[in-house]
Write a protein that binds this ligand. Structure first.
Ligand code: IPD
Ligand code: CA
Ligand code: CA
Length: 268
């Protein structure tokens, strides 16, 4: 039998080429909630991924974003985001991916993030390192926040309650800049391969980050929540970085949580 990671790569590649076909013909979207988009491509990709997982690994539990997964008391649980970056996708902005990850007895053991536009397959296995298209990847060696490149995101769900704009401003002032590309799984994959030095976000779902968190740790990086606690798939926020800027980032976030702005917002 194929290894979990090999099966994941095969499935993600197939789902990725399906997404590409939809992307090229620009599909319309519906709303799941205020500013929370879904397209035909999200549904078709999820159908494909869930069907494949069911046939390769009958009995495994599957948690999939659009709700077609399956429960069960298996020790194995898959997390599936059939299209991460739907808002980008629906607007023709070229930044999206399909991602899946496997948890065994509470530990992430395999994960992939596939970007079909660039044909980039990020993959990791617990204890086996992280890869980009079969080449081993590592986090960056940037050791000061001041010269780092960061990323974050703003979930569409309950966006009026999202306090991230405060963190965004302070982090942008403390670094070379903060990117907001609209695809959490790729943000994490980019930390793993050193294109970004760090990333944080509030309110992610497990399927957005499961593969990416494994990629970052297997690439030698560090993950936690924004207050320095454990990085939980069900936690309120997450930080993932190259390890070297982790303490500086946490210290910055501690100040923002406490309302201590290092750089005040400019007056209008
Ligand atoms: C979203 C993207 C986005 C992030 C949101 C996610 P979706 O996933 O990853 O970058 O900021 O938090 O919900 O809805 O496109 O799968
Ligand atoms: Ca997502
Ligand atoms: Ca999605």
């Amino acid at each position: 039998m194929r290894s979990f990671v090999e099966a994941s790569k095969e499935i993600a590649r197939e789902a990725g080429s399906l997404l590409l076909r939809y992307f090229e013909r620009r599909v319309g979207y519906e709303l799941k909630g205020e500013a929370d988009l879904i397209t035909e491509a999200d549904r078709a990709s999820e159908r494909l991924v869930v069907d494949r997982l069911r046939s390769y690994f009958p009995g495994h539990a599957i948690v999939a974003e659009e709700g077609t997964g399956q429960g069960g008391d298996s020790e194995y649980r898959w997390y599936v985001d059939p299209l991460d970056g739907t808002t980008n996708f629906a607007h023709g902005f070229p930044m999206f991916n399909v991602t899946l990850a496997l948890e065994h007895a509470g530990r992430l053991v395999a994960g992939v993030v596939y970007d079909p536009l660039r044909d980039e397959m990020f993959s990791a296995e617990l204890g086996g390192g992280a890869y980009l298209n079969n080449r081993r990847i590592h986090v960056s060696s940037t050791d000061r926040l001041e010269v780092s490149l960061l990323a974050t995101g703003f979930p569409s769900w309950k966006r009026h309650r999202n306090i991230n704009v405060h963190f965004f401003h302070q982090a942008a002032m403390a670094s070379h800049g903060v990117r907001r590309a609209g695809s959490a799984a790729l943000d994490l994959a980019y930390v793993a391969c050193g294109r970004l030095d760090g990333y944080w976000e509030f309110g992610l779902n497990p399927w957005d980050m499961a593969a990416g968190l494994l990629l970052v740790t297997e690439a030698g990086g560090r993950v936690s929540d924004m207050r320095g606690g454990p990085a939980l798939l069900t936690g309120p926020h997450i930080v993932a970085d190259n390890g070297r800027i982790h303490d500086e980032l946490l210290a910055l976030f501690e100040d923002v949580f406490a309302g201590r702005y290092r750089v005040p917002l400019p007056a209008l």
